[in-house]
Design a protein around this ligand. Structure first.
Ligand code: XMP
Length: 508
């Protein structure tokens, strides 16, 4: 095994570096730029360090720095963009602002084919995003690449095994960027390509066997990909000592409970289905305020889960927290608090359960691969995300069992039609929203006065921003026809053409 640590100096591509290295088959983790050499040396199998890009100027007093010790802890170091400047400065070279910057694809001459740049042609188009340049080389360094405006676009000191590139090999536009990262991780750092899906699964199962030996654990199974994958994997480690608690709130997806029972029947865990829809609808009666709805649902869920977990006499709470959840929470070390944005709204710490997060080091696409290879159906591994409060946030106004059924059916039709046209996996989310108004229509020669359904289909990369999906009209027309034909309470369908911002993805 081998690991490459990426020190994050605030660059927008820091995680991309780590992901590319993992795609090559080498484990990589992003750490804050001020991580001490002593902490880095504790990383299991540390083989190399990459200093990321960043928006600051290395010569500015306030810019983020790392200790010079990092350059001599015994593993190779690669600096990218800001990291390249920082190395130059720490080693006695000079960094300054150039007359003009370089942004986008830039012709770059490869001047020396040492281990880092071997296999590259004499010229590549490389992605640049900088104004500062390395003006003079540190002693004992040589130039490996240059461009018109950056004579020192790459340097190295092979003796010390320190390298720098001004451009971004992690950005897919850079020609042979993957080759450069592979050269660094595999040829220079000598890390083995062992970060493969089956290996990840084996590691998680064997760690869980060790960590949870003789203990009973519970997990809140939502049917989402993360909790499903965590439950499936841990069931392979501790079998029936894991109880997966699935609460049917009445606000879940179409035929979700039956689906969960079927999907998990082949895993050796104890599956507890708690049918609580009556209780949820009773508590939601008359409530129209979105935040009140969320609170009621979250609190009820916690109460039910807590009770069931106590009955199991479990000492460990398993959560499907993944790497990006920890980044969002600002936690880059092993998480020790229950994540605040967890689907169920956060479980109380007084439950006195030890938290265990088997997927804590995986990116979402890795979780999808693990889910597939562990034996979870495609319907789970390729699923869209689903909000914790379920369809309650897609029913404007009061939530009733009848309205829940309308939204569920309409959302199912939308999903079916998108899957038929192979569009489902291309969009972030697709669902129906029910409005608390009625409009006039004409059906079977008679006037009707029924609910409208809003179809919301969105594209997004990170949930922070989103665009409405430009779905072909014939697909929208079929969705509309099926909704009004198959759901007797609906006579009108509208397509939501708002982006985020100013709208949010959900309507509440
Ligand atoms: P918005 O509506 O804020 O949604 O653009 C962004 C993403 O977050 C999901 N979402 C939630 N997830 N509990 C959750 O677990 C919630 O209360 C909640 N509200 C929104 C939403 O589905 C989308 O993926």
């Amino acid at each position: 095994m081998g690991a490459i640590a990426v020190l994050d100096f605030g660059g927008q591509y820091s995680h991309l570096i780590s992901r590319r290295i993992r795609d090559i088959g080498v484990y990589s983790e992003v750490l804050p730029c001020d991580t001490e050499a002593s902490s880095l040396l504790k990383i299991n199998g540390l083989k190399g360090i990459i200093l990321s890009g960043g928006a600051a100027s290395a010569y500015s007093e306030k810019s983020p720095k790392c200790s010079k010790d990092l350059l001599s802890i015994g593993v190779p170091v690669l600096g990218i963009c800001y990291g390249h400047h920082l190395i130059a400065q720490l080693e006695g070279g000079k960094v300054s602002a150039a007359g003009s910057g370089e942004y986008g694809l830039t012709e770059t001459q490869i001047r020396s084919k040492s281990s880092l740049l071997k296999g590259l042609g004499p010229k590549i188009k490389a992605w640049m995003n900088h104004r500062d340049i390395v003006e003079s080389l540190p002693e004992a360094y040589s130039i490996t690449a240059s461009t018109k405006n950056s004579p020192i676009a790459g340097f190295e000191n092979t003796e010390k095994s320190i390298y720098g590139v001004q451009f971004h090999p992690e950005v897919s536009h850079t020609e042979q960027g993957d080759k450069i990262l592979e050269n660094f991780a595999v040829s220079v750092c000598r890390a083995k390509k062992q970060w493969k899906t089956q290996g990840i699964i084996n590691d998680i199962i064997s760690e869980a066997k060790k960590e949870l030996k003789g203990k009973k654990a519970v997990i809140a199974l939502s049917g989402g990909i993360d909790s499903s994958t965590a439950a499936a994997l841990l069931s392979k480690a501790i079998g029936k000592k894991l109880t997966a608690i699935y609460v049917d709130t009445g606000l879940m997806r179409h035929k979700e409970t039956e689906f969960i029972i079927k999907a998990f029947s082949k895993f050796p865990l104890k599956l507890k289905i708690i049918k609580a829809s009556g209780l949820f609808f009773k508590n939601l009666k008359g409530v129209v305020d979105p935040e009140k709805k969320r609170k009621i649902i979250g609190n009820l869920f916690i109460k039910i889960f807590e009770k069931e977990a106590r009955l199991e006499k479990a000492t460990v709470l398993v959560q499907g927290t993944i790497y990006s959840d920890r980044i969002e929470s600002g936690i880059t070390k092993n998480s020790s608090v229950i994540k605040s944005h967890h689907n169920v709204g956060g479980l109380p710490e007084n439950m006195n359960l030890r938290l265990y997060e088997p997927l804590r080091n995986l990116y979402k696409d890795e979780v999808r691969k693990v889910a597939k290879e562990t034996g979870l159906p495609e319907e789970i591994s390729g699923r869209h995300v689903f909000p914790g409060p379920g369809i309650a946030v897609r029913i404007l106004g009061e939530v009733t069992p009848e309205k829940a059924e309308i939204v569920r059916k309409a959302s199912h039709i939308i999903e079916q039609e998108l899957k038929l046209k192979k569009l489902y996996s291309k969009v972030w989310m697709a669902f129906a929203v029910l409005l608390p108004v009625k409009s006039v229509g004409i059906q079977g020669d008679a006037r009707s006065y029924k609910y409208p359904i809003v179809v919301r289909i969105i594209e997004s990369k990170d949930a922070m921003t989103a665009n409405f999906a430009k779905i072909p009209y014939d697909v929208l027309e079929k969705i509309s026809a099926r909704i009004t034909n198959e759901i007797s309470q609906v006579n009108r369908v509208a397509y939501d053409i708002s982006n985020k911002p100013p709208a949010t993805m959900e309507w509440e």
